[in-house]
Each structure stands twice: as structure tokens, then as C-alpha cells.
Design a protein around this ligand. Structure first.
Ligand SMILES: Cc1ncc(COP(=O)(O)O)c(C=O)c1O
Length: 399
């Protein structure tokens, strides 16, 4: 090489990843689905049908339609997915995005500048924490209990920040099947949260990535639904967990003027059309039954993982059964650092997410870890958890 173009890159870039490696046998990281639960034959039939009917529109950016996304899909999102969360509205309140990660980026770009402060659940989606770090935004962690955000703690943080003259730009929350804890915020707490947010003029960014996959409770209305015409909540959702992550399809639901402002920031000339066409054709008559089957399968896996953790690790390691989704969140005894046995686990073919990366305060998170059960069979879940418990036991023996 005579010239290294990378020397001319900006000097504030994130670290480049190493060579891609295939996943180990027991990969409990990330948010993968199970190949057995992907409705690929229904999707392929839908795609063929819709392409025969409308395929010539691939000639145009956005299929020749609205840059907000394919209208029949936006119609499905608001009238059926929105209705599942108690929301009303029309397709102009929906922006289709390339995975809900793009929703996080667009909302962050619209609302945040370096030096701003946001409020966020003390255990939360690592992909949001890494984004906030990159933006130079300060985040304040709010304590959680088994019903989600502790409103007493939220109020005291709001008071504290107000006394320093700081107005947080938003509260980011995952109220329905919290990632990573798996809790669902009860209805009364949602109402009280909105009251508090109104008292402090605090915008809410609600992420309902897992909300279609609930069990063990009735799904409460979303914060956006409860806010009505209040204008306080931007909502995002995703097809990644309910159908397939590789589709890269998510959506934002917000008031029209907010959607249009986000659209002005979405400079990718439109989210992929083939996946929008396929889902718009597949979902209206198949989504409900597909999600019912998927949820049953996930509950079986969740029960298997919770049982395996309890029996393999014993009483020193605690786990709450999640109320939906694809993760369990384990808490180890005081003084444990779960990252310290992640390389021993990797050598045994096991990957997990150390809790520090999923926590606003790494010191609080380091005795925790997250396991994803979504992609594995019950047999692999049992075998993988047993193997992880062996690694942990050896780590304890050696430390
Ligand atoms: C809470 C939360 N939000 C957003 C995302 C991003 O998902 P996607 O971009 O696949 O829709 C994830 C992925 O795991 C997540 O857990």
C-alpha cells in the first residue's frame, strides 16, 4: 500500500470493528430471532404477489409515493399496531425508518446537542448509551423496580437538575418489556409518569421495540396513547423482534409536524421498498396469528431459561421472569464483575452482554448480565446456561 487513506479520516471516529467472526455455539447476545420462527414462506408469497401487482413502481424512489414510506404499510402500522397500543391517528403520523435504530438517530439529531442532558432508565439499551456517548450528551440514570421507572427517583432527579438550571431534553423509556429487565410499567404508573413529565415540561421518547411480544400481563396503552393530544411523546417501534431483524424496518409515530421535521433529517432517499412491500402485503391478515405463535414459543424459551438459571446458579444469582420479549437480566452477588468471566465464557463457546454496557452507571451494572433466549432451542438454552454456570463456578474457584 503506497497511500493510507485512513490517515485522512477525521480523528474522532469510533473504533473500527475487527474481522467479522461467526457466532459461537451459545450466543446469548444481541436481539436475534429464531430461524424456526421466521414466517419466510408467507413473506415470500406476499412479496411475489405485491411485486406482480406493483413491481413497476420500483422504478421510482419511494415507489413514486410519499417519502414517509409505503402508504399501505404506514396505514397498517397506525391502524393495527397503533391500535394494539391504544393509539389513534393516520398514516401521516407514521415515518417508516431503516430499523428503529434510525428512529433513535433521527430523534437524537432533532433534539440533542453536545453538552445536553437526558434522563434514561438506569439499565437500558446499550445501543442508546453508545449513541449518547458519541454525541457528548450527559445522561442521568433513573432507578427501576419491577414496574419500570421509580417515579420518586425521577422526581428527585428532576428537582435536582432544576436546582442546577438544567432542563433535560427528554426522558428515554422502554415501558413495555423493558430492555434488559423485561418489566412492563403498569397503567397507573404510566399516568403518573405523564403527570410528572407535564409538570416539568419533559418530552418523552418512548421505545416500544418489544411491546408486541408480551405475556404475563395485559399490554397497557402506550404513553403516547395516554398522552392523547398532549404532544409530549415521540413513539418508536420495530418489526425486528416481531417479524425479523434483517428486514431493517421500524417506525416513528408522532405528531405530523414532528414527523415532517424528522423526515427533513432522513437523508437516505427512503427506507428499502422490498421489505415494506412484503410486510404491507403479509401483515394485515397474518401479523396477529404470527405474533401469537411467536409469543407462545418465546414464553416457553423464557421459562426454560429462568428455570435453568435458578437451578444451575443457585440462590446467589437472581433473575426475574420477564413479562415478554427475548431477554433475562441476571444479578450476581455484590463485588462480582461479570465482564471478568466473559473471555473464559467465550472460550467455552458462550457469549453474553456484561451488565456494565447496559447500565448508565457501569459500577452498578457490573454485577449484572443480560442473556438473549430468542434465537435458541430449549435444549440449547439449558445446555448453554449450564455451561455458563460452570464457567462462573470455575471463575469463583480461581478468584
Ligand atoms: C430497546 C431497543 N430499541 C431499538 C433497538 C433497535 O432495533 P432495530 O433497529 O432492529 O429496530 C433495539 C434492538 O435490540 C432495542 O433493544
Amino acid at each position: 500500500m503506497t497511500f493510507d487513506i485512513a490517515e485522512h479520516f477525521r480523528d474522532d471516529l469510533p473504533e473500527a470493528p475487527g474481522q467479522w467472526q461467526s457466532s459461537p455455539e451459545f450466543s446469548f447476545v444481541g436481539g436475534h430471532n429464531d430461524p424456526a420462527n421466521i414466517p419466510f414462506s408467507g413473506l415470500s408469497e406476499a412479496l411475489v404477489n405485491v411485486l406482480r401487482r406493483e413491481g413497476q413502481n420500483l422504478a421510482f424512489y419511494n415507489l413514486g409515493g410519499s417519502p414517509l414510506g409505503y402508504e399501505p404499510l404506514r396505514e397498517f402500522v397506525i391502524s393495527q399496531l397503533g391500535a394494539r397500543a391504544g393509539m389513534t391517528g393516520g398514516p401521516d403520523q407514521v415515518l417508516m425508518v431503516s430499523g428503529s435504530l434510525q428512529a433513535l438517530d433521527l430523534v437524537n439529531e432533532a433534539m440533542l446537542s453536545a453538552g445536553d442532558t437526558v434522563l434514561i432508565e438506569q439499565a437500558t439499551y446499550g445501543g442508546m448509551l453508545s449513541r449518547l456517548n458519541r454525541l457528548g450528551v450527559t445522561y442521568v440514570g433513573i432507578e427501576l423496580d419491577d414496574g419500570g421507572i421509580d417515579l420518586g427517583h425521577l422526581r428527585s432527579m428532576l428537582e435536582d437538575l432544576a436546582s442546577q438550571g438544567v432542563s433535560p431534553k427528554y426522558l428515554y423509556t422502554i415501558p413495555t418489556v423493558q430492555n434488559p429487565t423485561g418489566s412492563v410499567m403498569p397503567l397507573e404508573r404510566r399516568r403518573a409518569l405523564l403527570d410528572l413529565a407535564r409538570e416539568y415540561s419533559l418530552p418523552i421518547f418512548e421505545d416500544e421495540c418489544y411491546a408486541d411480544l408480551t405475556w404475563g400481563c395485559e399490554r397497557p396503552p402506550s404513553l403516547r396513547a395516554l398522552d392523547g393530544d398532549g404532544g409530549q411523546v415521540i413513539y418508536c417501534g420495530s418489526f425486528s423482534k416481531s417479524v425479523a431483524p434483517s428486514l431493517r424496518l421500524g417506525y416513528v409515530i408522532a405528531d405530523d409536524h414532528v414527523i415532517r421535521q424528522l423526515l427533513a433529517l432522513k437523508t437516505d432517499a427512503g427506507t428499502g421498498s422490498l421489505e415494506q412491500l412484503a410486510l404491507a402485503e403479509y401483515c394485515p391478515s397474518n401479523f396477529e396469528s404470527h405474533v401469537e405463535r411467536l409469543t407462545d414459543a418465546l414464553k416457553t424459551k423464557s421459562d426454560a431459561m429462568v428455570d435453568a438459571v435458578r437451578s444451575e446458579f443457585g440462590p446467589d444469582v437472581t433473575v426475574e421472569a420477564p413479562m415478554g420479549g427475548i431477554y433475562v437480566w441476571l444479578t450476581f452477588p455484590e463485588g462480582t464483575d461479570t465482564a471478568s468471566f466473559s473471555s473464559a465464557a467465550a472460550s467455552a463457546g458462550i457469549e453474553f452482554n456484561p451488565g456494565a454496557e447496559w447500565s448508565t452507571d457501569p459500577g452498578w451494572g457490573k454485577r449484572r448480565l443480560r442473556l438473549c433466549f430468542g434465537a435458541h432451542s430449549v435444549e440449547d438454552i439449558r445446555a448453554g446456561v449450564a455451561a455458563l454456570a460452570t464457567v462462573y463456578g470455575e471463575h469463583l474457584g480461581g478468584s
